[in-house]
Ligand binder design. Structure first.
Ligand code: APR
Ligand code: PHB
Length: 392
């Protein structure tokens, strides 16, 4: 088999890259380890920055999002004993958000791929990139019991945190930065009407978040200890804990119901540098992970793909490698700004085990400062909304 760009991983990063390249007349093949049903059923985050919304719209992926997504101006923060604070992205930076689940985006991407009869190979086993520092790399894999070889000009490593792409960069070249947090998020999806805005909560019992997917689908989270087990969290226990963390009026407004999904995710910050080795380019979770506080994960995957697609388009249009050469540095600037912001927001909103009274007062002081300062508010709003993409 032969293509221009071999894409490893059919998550949002890989599928969006394939779509954008196709629209520019560049051929690609996507190799995805899991089945289509598995990929389409994964429940992930759901807050899209304006920049992400724009990229999806520009690439013909905005129709259902614009119909079913919920546009909002920012998000609220509540914490014990204080009034509600609103991160007002619309007021300070003129940008809005869209709540629209990653699960839906993944469906839209697969539907678009089907319409153009894309070469998308699910259940590709033993995917391995080769010849990365040559002009003609290739990828080997096994499909339906047959060993295959895919020759290409470039390989895009969009295979998530546990993928094979990052691991194929020599250890002497790759530098990894990591921070793990001493708690996880227990998330519940329920077919109940959500609150009409996103509300982050800092409470002595721990962090909580109220989010949404659509008018009859809510997403809620509570901070839990690292050793928490889903089996120990009945729906009743979850709703009781969630409501105990929110102020009375908000708790009373939360509509409870049976959960249709419940899972615990650890929180981690991780960055791998550089995001390029020879003809291999990393994008999305393959290169970086952020804690979900701030909802940056999917948005970063989209900005990486935007930069990478632009660089590949420039290369195929005229042979210039300038943008490809600048890809890693440019992508990492945006990555680090979101990594820093989501780390900061995680620190601001969670209760850390073993926190001293000094640290607790400092956290409260920071929240109070945020609420009282329009300069601080503008700064947070600008970062929450997402920095603009850099010019080519
Ligand atoms: N070969 C082929 N495919 C692989 C391999 C492999 N060795 N390893 C992993 N994959 C696939 C996974 O099955 C998955 O479908 O790569 C895909 C990676 O998708 P994601 O993990 O969703 O990562 P990405 O596309 O970068 O999207 C980032 O996902 O995790 C969230 O919060 C994150 O919202 C962000 C988004
Ligand atoms: C979600 O809706 O799943 C969500 C929203 C905001 C976050 C994280 C997750 O910061």
């Amino acid at each position: 088999m032969k293509t221009q760009v071999a894409i490893i991983g059919g998550g949002p990063a890989g599928m969006l890259l394939s779509e954008i390249l196709h629209r520019a007349g560049i051929d690609s093949v996507v190799l995805e380890a899991k089945s289509r049903a598995y990929v389409l059923s994964r429940i992930r985050a759901g807050v899209l920055e304006q920049g992400t919304v724009d990229v999806l719209r520009e690439n013909g992926l905005g129709e259902r999002m614009d119909r079913d997504g919920h546009a909002h101006d920012g998000a609220a923060i509540v914490w014990a004993g204080r009034d509600r604070y609103f991160i007002d992205a619309w007021k300070y930076v003129g940008k809005r958000f869209m709540t629209y689940g990653q699960t839906n985006i993944q469906e839209d991407l697969y539907a678009a791929a089907d319409r153009r009869q894309a070469r998308l190979i699910n259940e590709a086993e033993n995917v391995l990139p080769h010849g990365l520092t040559s002009q003609s790399p290739w990828v080997t894999f096994r499909h339906n019991g047959v060993d295959e070889r895919l020759d290409c000009d470039f390989i895009a490593g969009c295979d998530g945190f546990h993928g094979v792409s990052r691991k194929s960069i020599p250890a002497a070249i790759l530098k990894e930065f990591e921070k793990v947090y001493p708690f996880g998020w227990l998330g519940v999806l329920s077919e109940t009407p959500p609150l009409n805005e996103l509300i982050y909560c800092n409470h002595p019992r721990g962090f909580a978040l109220a989010s949404q997917r659509n008018p009859m689908l809510s997403r809620y989270y509570v901070q839990v200890p690292l050793d928490a087990r889903v089996e120990d969290w009945s729906d009743d226990r979850f709703w009781t804990e969630l409501k105990a963390r929110y102020p009375r009026e908000i708790a009373d407004a939360i509509v409870t119901g049976p959960s249709i999904e419940k899972s615990i995710a650890p929180l981690r910050s991780f960055v791998a540098e550089p995001m390029r080795h020879g003809r291999l380019f990393l994008a999305g979770d393959a290169a970086h992970i952020v804690p979900p506080t701030g909802a940056k994960g999917l948005n970063l995957a989209v900005s990486d793909v935007f930069y990478l697609a632009r660089a590949l388009k420039a290369f195929y249009a005229g042979g210039s490698e300038r943008l490809l050469d600048g890809y890693s540095d440019m992508a990492l600037r945006r990555v680090w700004s979101s990594v820093r912001f989501s780390w900061w927001m995680t620190n601001l909103l969670h209760r850390f085990p073993g926190t001293t009274e000094f640290e607790q007062r400092a956290q409260e002081g920071e929240l109070a400062y945020l609420a009282s300062s329009r300069h601080a508010s503008a700064s947070v709003a600008e970062q929450y909304a997402g920095l603009p993409f850099e010019e080519a």
